[in-house]
Ligand binder design. Structure first.
Ligand code: FAD
Length: 392
């Protein structure tokens, strides 16, 4: 298998990993679970949990130790994401998007950019995300229109980004722009900047969403926003499309890990409910119709976990794993949707009450099929890779 230039080979001592995952379990149980419903229903940003996440080092989870991060391998990181997502998926978005921004700087930034930004990203002092999508460009990212025009030692940026996770609470974003709108092929005219909030950078509307509550998704507006040339990631124009999509393997493993967590969480809630709810004189888990559902849900959750572990291990070995990460993302996100949906049926009428948690999984799960490349595109990418690896 070809090497993956974007990946870094990382390992962790098994005892250290076990202690870390146990600490995450304890934190989720003590701090997250008791407040999730209040924050989800009220769409309230979990500022207190963010402070705790800073202390635990989660904002530097995948940033190298030399920059103050935890330097975790993808396998350990995926386990952390799954554990948190099995209780509250939205919480993982606060550090996932931030870490994808950080990964772009760590992989493609100049030594000066890494030294300046990464320690601040790792500590959580500066938090943010990835600003790629525009009102008329999501899947077709090469159609973006936000422009950066060179003016002396600066670039002047104009345009609008939409649906940006952490858009309100974050203070810095990896911003995808056109430095040469006429370039052919189009990707050669695209560049990626480190864009802190300052004059010319404002937040437009905040989206009112079906799910993924409490975490802010917003429009970002750039009006003669001026950045020094030192903020161009890697210092060379025309690399932005590669830099933004170069992080997608890790991004897909992240989303897949969220899918695993959600599939597990929906299974956990349904298993508990099926053993306590009684009809016809017995717990509903003793009815065959419910047993068929739980059997499928448990199998799906396990298969999704194994696919994610497989992709993450390949990533940690430094292998190219776009197909494996795509399969994991596709399968695990669909598993989350299917398990949440079956969980709703198992909960019967109570599934429709906000007093039960399963409805949050139902509202949140669909996002996993859209983010980090829609599942339609995912299958096309898998197929292209599959055919390439299996020439006739
Ligand atoms: C809650 C939320 C958070 C988000 N966070 C971020 C963020 O932090 N940063 C960011 O940059 N973006 C973010 N996004 C945007 C997200 O990445 C895009 O919505 C996604 O890439 C899809 O783009 P689109 O919505 O423009 O859909 P479109 O690209 O318009 O696609 C519409 C439909 O057409 C299909 N389709 C499109 N092209 C093809 C094709 N060539 N072949 C087959 N099918 C195709 C798609 O699969 C989809 O089913 C977020 C979105 C949401 C909902």
């Amino acid at each position: 298998m070809a090497n993956n230039p974007a990946a870094t080979t990382r390992t962790i001592d098994p005892d250290e990993e076990a202690a870390l995952l146990e600490a995450i379990d304890r934190w989720v149980e003590r701090e997250v679970q008791p407040i999730v419903m209040k924050h989800d229903h009220g769409d309230i940003y979990p500022a207190g949990l963010v402070e705790q996440m800073k202390e635990m080092g989660l904002f530097g989870a995948t940033i190298g130790r030399e920059y103050g991060g935890l330097g975790l391998p993808a396998t350990t990181y995926a386990s952390i994401v799954s554990k948190i997502a099995s209780h509250w998926m939205a919480l993982t978005g606060i550090f996932n998007s931030h870490l994808i921004m950080a990964a772009a700087v760590e992989r493609f930034g100049t030594p000066e950019q890494k030294a300046h930004w990464l320690p601040k990203f790792a500590s959580g002092e500066i938090r943010g995300g990835l600003a790629l999508t525009e009102p008329d460009a999501g899947t077709d990212l090469q159609a973006i229109r936000t422009s950066a025009t060179r003016d002396g030692d600066d670039y002047v940026i104009n345009g609008t980004k939409t649906w940006i996770t952490n858009g309100i609470e974050g203070s810095c974003f990896a911003l995808l722009v056109k430095t040469d709108p006429k370039a052919e092929p189009r990707h050669k005219g695209i560049s990626l900047f480190i864009a802190p909030k300052q004059e010319g950078f404002s937040v437009g509307k905040k989206f009112d969403k079906l799910g993924y509550k409490a975490i802010d998704s917003a429009e970002l507006v750039f009006d003669n926003y001026r950045l020094p040339k030192e903020n161009l990631i890697g210092g060379v124009e025309g690399q932005g499309f590669y830099q933004a999509t170069g992080g997608l393997e890790l991004g897909r493993i992240n989303v897949a890990a969220r899918g695993v967590g959600m599939a597990d969480g929906a299974l956990r809630l349904s298993t508990e409910y099926a053993q306590t709810r009684r009809t016809m004189g017995k717990p509903i888990c003793e009815h065959q119709a419910i047993q068929l559902k739980l059997g499928e849900m448990a199998t799906r959750a396990r298969a999704a976990r194994l696919l994610v572990e497989d992709a993450a291990r390949a990533y940690d070995r430094g292998e190219r794993c776009d197909m494996e990460a795509g399969m994991a993302k596709y399968f695990a996100s669909e598993a989350a949707v299917a398990n949440a949906s079956e969980g709703m049926r198992i909960h019967g009428g109570y599934s429709y009450s906000k007093e039960y948690e399963i409805e949050r999984f139902y509202r949140d799960a669909m996002l996993m099929c859209i983010g980090e490349g829609t599942n339609e595109m995912q299958r096309i990418i898998i197929s292209r890779q599959w055919v390439k690896r299996n020439p006739a």
